[in-house]
Design a protein around this ligand. Structure first.
Ligand code: SF4
Length: 331
């Protein structure tokens, strides 16, 4: 099973509720960034560059919980920065579990092993460790020798303690697909529950040299998708159709809204045209039609999962649903 059944049940209940209320524009996954502080300076990271002047700021626990209530999503991705550096991190996780939320906790893994005693395994809680290549390549990207080994050790310790653990890999222009195959083999042998793989985010504050064009994304992902049976890849198969050019999707920029210490980021995880004080203000004041149209030049090469995966859910047909169920069971 690629995702726990309880996650499917929560998402289905949530979607039915929205449908019954006749709501059209609603989020699916909240991207919560309680802090942008980080213990690494990875070459492809936009956050530590865009928010370099406010890295010391943190959301309060109350602000985090209020944001979760505003968005109402069944799934919360806690990310950053390195969220293990957030002062109230274990209280935040416990409070979200008490509210029945499903948590994907993104971490670079450097503090994972020593942080495990502050958390408990739970069917709604998944560590999501970021690894962008096999040892030598990953250490180059994160600019820290020994970083890969440390993350892998943390990941294996978490598995031993009974946590669900997945990994997240970003594919950049220089990414060698052969190297990803080595990485995914190693992760599969380490017993990870899922491998998420997606094209790099084209942040405005990072040199555009590292990011792929749509054509380059399709070329790399045509090979990656052939590994679906060998490795526990959890990237959505319909989203993979889009990444390999066999399906056209429009962006759903409100699908994975981002809340950080500056407010609600508009319009999406990548572009910052404004920060809003509340979720309702984000929804009301953002010109969604403009971004959905794809006419903004910053959207031209974008295929990022937080923009396009929500479209899969929004536009799902009965045939797609059956395919998704089979795919989830076939692992
Ligand atoms: S296509 Fe969507 S997710 Fe990508 S940059 Fe544009 S608005 Fe953001």
């Amino acid at each position: 099973m690629r995702f726990p059944l309880s996650l499917y049940a929560s998402m289905t209940r949530y979607l039915l509720g929205k449908k019954l209320r006749g709501e059209e524009q609603f989020p699916l996954v909240l991207m919560l960034e309680p802090t942008h502080r980080c213990n690494l300076t990875c070459s492809g990271c936009g956050r530590i560059r865009e928010y370099h002047e406010t890295l010391h700021q943190e959301m309060t626990l109350e602000e985090c919980l209020h944001s979760v209530e505003e968005a109402e999503t069944p799934v919360v991705t806690i990310t950053g920065g390195e969220p293990l550096l957030y002062g109230e991190v274990s209280a935040l996780v416990e409070a979200l579990l008490a509210r029945g939320k499903h948590i994907y906790f993104c971490t670079n893994g450097q503090l994972l092993e020593e942080s495990l005693p502050r958390f408990r395994p739970h069917s709604h809680f998944t560590w999501n460790v970021h690894l962008d290549g096999s040892e030598r390549i990953h250490d180059q990207i994160i600019r820290k020798p020994g970083g890969f080994k440390k993350a892998l050790k943390g990941l294996m310790a978490a598995k031993k303690e009974g946590f669900r653990v997945s990994t997240n890999t970003t594919v950049y222009r220089e990414t060698d697909v052969d190297d990803l195959e080595i990485l995914f083999q190693e992760l599969t042998e380490a017993g990870v529950d899922g491998i998420l793989v997606a094209p790099g985010f084209s942040y405005e504050d990072v040199s555009q040299e590292v990011f792929l064009t749509r054509q380059e994304i399709m070329d790399k992902f045509r090979r990656i998708r052939t590994w679906a049976k060998r490795f526990p890849i959890i990237s959505n198969p319909i989203y993979l159709d889009f990444l390999t050019g066999s399906r056209i999707l429009q962006c759903t920029p409100w699908g994975n809204p981002t809340r950080n210490p500056q407010g609600w980021k508009s319009p999406c995880y990548l572009i910052t045209d404004a920060h809003h004080k509340s979720f309702s203000e984000l929804m009301e004041k953002t010109d969604w039609d403009h971004y959905v149209s794809g006419k903004d030049p910053r959207c031209a090469q974008c295929m990022v999962h937080c923009g396009f995966e929500p479209t899969v859910v929004r536009r799902m047909t009965g045939k797609d649903l059956l395919r998704m169920i089979r795919w989830n069971l076939d692992a």
